[in-house]
Design a protein around this ligand. Sequence first.
Ligand code: CMC
Length: 429
Amino acid sequence: MAEETAKLEFPNGNSVDLPIYSPSEGLDVIDVRTLGKQGFFTYDPGFMATASCESKITYIDGDKGILLYRGYIIDELANHSDYIEVCYLLLNGELPTRKEKQEFCDLINEHTMVHEQLSTFFNGFRRDAHPMAIMVGVVGALSAFYHDSLDISNPEHRTISAFRLIAKVPTLAAMCYRYYHGHPFVYPRNEMSYAENFLNMMFSMPSSDDKPNPVLVRAMDKIFILHADHEQNASTSTVRLAGSSGANPFACIASGIASLWGPAHGGANEACLNMLEEIGEVSQIPKYLEKARNKDDPFRLMGFGHRVYKNFDPRATVMRDACHEVLDTLNCSDDPVFQVALELEKIALEDEYFIQRKLYPNVDFYSGIILSAIGIPKNMFTVIFALARTVGWVSQWSEMIAEKNQRIGRPRQLYTGKSKRAFIDIDKR
Ligand code: CMC
């Protein structure tokens, strides 16, 4: 695979030729695996320049604003496909034919219910528990229900676990919401699409026959598609590392949910909504823009800018259209929070400070507004992110387990603690 090498010279005069791999997209990668034998480790906290694995699933080019799932451009998938097709694509590498899609839907639908015994777990949580805390617990607890299919070396077991996770996570997510509100749990409806079923489990009441609004279903489906995978981010890397020890997939996905919960990862859309509420009304926007421009003020406009996408976030372009459609459909124009959001979007896009720094509304700006308009409380935003990302985590986990020479992940360290020293008796310290 390596056609070229990079020569690395050591202070002792030795040198080593390191293979350079050319990926199908992106930067070349230097293989440093033999350095340990030369007596050196590499140091790269935060993985700033380290490829932690080989993968064929998702590719991001932040400079060009490109996000590909299995080679397909994200906006084409979001505008012409649906989430269940995207799940099939991420798991299998190809888009399904009509027949394959139907069979896949049927297989997922076989698993949408959760064991009744699992429902009783919810009673052990406080009603006001954060839904992510409940999700970490109940998704991990799934492993206690499927002892018959936890042999990760068996591809059939891996597949059924993947289906179970994709099918059951929306049911569990909706149960978190219902439990918080004291509403009865709603069973899944397999004649509905994935997104429609989720909204139905969230909001339907035994006392009415109301069905989810199709515009909201489509917006939800787009949110799911746009969040389905995002390469080797913190939660995905957590799932891979947990899985590398041979841990079962339910435990691994629970670890991914825990990692996603952090505000630096999955919490940005919640932070954005908090900010919009804090701004409160359109007349306050100039004050907050001034704060954002002021170098001495730590305030940042939440939902603006991105670490990887430096020109534009392709997901935000899709979300923007969906957001405007949802706000129009729900007639939210009088709601001060949404007025602030739309005005802020307009002003920031014309403001010199934001233009110069290429700061535009990101996917979390729009997804937070959509979720809030649909009536989803802020503490459920990250749960919905976790729901959508489950297929990405499972696909990445499956890819890793299927590798021929898969090994446990075991990073090295730059030790800067005390060198070996003698024990001191407690009376002499
Ligand atoms: N508001 C005001 N100024 C900003 C903002 C902002 N949101 N973001 C960056 N800047 C300024 C920053 O002060 C700096 O200015 P200067 O060059 O004068 O010093 C310049 O823009 C470059 O900023 P940076 O800190 O080097 O950019 P970064 O790549 O380190 O940060 C970011 C990216 C996303 C952490 C940051 O833009 C931010 O904090 N945004 C708000 C939080 C947010 O919306 N996060 C969600 C991102 S999408 C999540 C996902 O994809 O999973």
